[in-house]
Design a protein around this ligand. Sequence first.
Ligand SMILES: Cc1ncc(C[n+]2csc(CCOP(=O)(O)OP(=O)(O)O)c2C)c(N)n1
Length: 433
Amino acid sequence: MADRPEKPARGGHNKPALALHVPEPKFRPGDAVDFSHLEIPQAGLLARPDETAHPSQIGDFAHSLIRVLGDDNKAHGAWDPKLDPETLRAMLGHMALVRAFDERMFRGQRQGKTSFYMKCTGEEATSVAAAMALASDDMVFPSYRQQGILIVRGYPIVDMINQIYSNKADKLKGRQLPIMYSSREHSFFSISGNLATQCPQAVGWAMASAIKGDTRIAATWLGEGSTAEGDFHSACTFATVYNAPVILNVINNQWAISSFSGFAGAERTTFAARALGYGMAGLRVDGNDALAVYAAMQWAANRARANAGPTLIEHFTYRAEGHSTSDDPAGYRSAHEREEWPLGDPIMRLKRHLIELGEWDLERQAAMDLDCAERVKAATKEAEKNGILGHGMHHPFHTMFEDVFEELPWHLKEQAAQAIRERKVKWPGSLEE
Ligand SMILES: Cc1ncc(C[n+]2csc(CCOP(=O)(O)OP(=O)(O)O)c2C)c(N)n1
């Protein structure tokens, strides 16, 4: 064996030096915005493949964009889910309620009623239309921007607000960050702030459903930034290996807080195309087109129910506002992005479609908006009776030691005793009981 040189040569003499590519967003604060590089096909152009098609036959759908609502406000093509006007109005109503709810909760945070809130402005269709395409008992594993699912499933908004205020009526007893809801009755899995953990959980639940011979499928949602987490990839592996009845929704809203989608790999290929490497069906859909979202979700749900395999759906959309109440996007992206976003606003697009059908008008729209605002206001007032942040009307302190261990372990007993001693915390009965 040749001796190793004492000092290995650095660089490569006459070879080019190695270099890395560091992604950089196209537009920064103050920049003019031009989205003409985005390929946006006309609505209605794509065929709708058989729901049991082999992933290798439908690879193109991971690179194109399924669109139904055209610039003429009409529904086009094979993906039109042909929903009746009543269902379309319900869809519009749910999205409007989500937006009204977001507006009021955001203001509530600014007024000091809660510590934290996250809006989904511009992305309402990706949860509302998607949830409407599922059965109400299909199990959902959302991220933190899918409040639309709870609205569709009829979860009382007053209970959402109680959770956001962490007050004495909060069903989660103040143990979760505001907006990290959970509801077994609504088949809505507890939201976790640890990104992408919901993906393997959804796949595992779907596998269990199949093992039990059940008929319910699972669906999960995650942001495009979160697809860089290992959990997403483990989930894809298990989903395809076992043909789990699950739908993985990647909400590509272009930004992960201040990191643009390029940092999760958007410059290389689409997020829907991630599916292809796993041998999974991948669809890419206009996430601001509620009909296209519904249609893609329905396709994937039928596929899962037919034991034809999991689907990854990329919803191409735009986060119109800040990441959360703790974020100011003016610091990292151009304010013109929102105005220039070529796929419009999901609520406006569905509204115009209903008007085009002769099934809606501006008076009814105004009445609906007012009704949404009133409902949210009334629920807010109701929830405020149970307390807001800082009023001290939260669950009693000692409850934080409950519901986890059947018997309190010694170290928690020690902490509880310290709290009683030093902070004069009230404790029911004796610690030794
Ligand atoms: C494992 C983990 N890493 C980092 C964070 C901090 N964090 C919270 S939200 C977020 C951005 C996620 O962006 P994306 O997945 O695109 O979803 P979006 O917020 O755009 O809906 C980050 C980095 C976290 N909560 N968990």
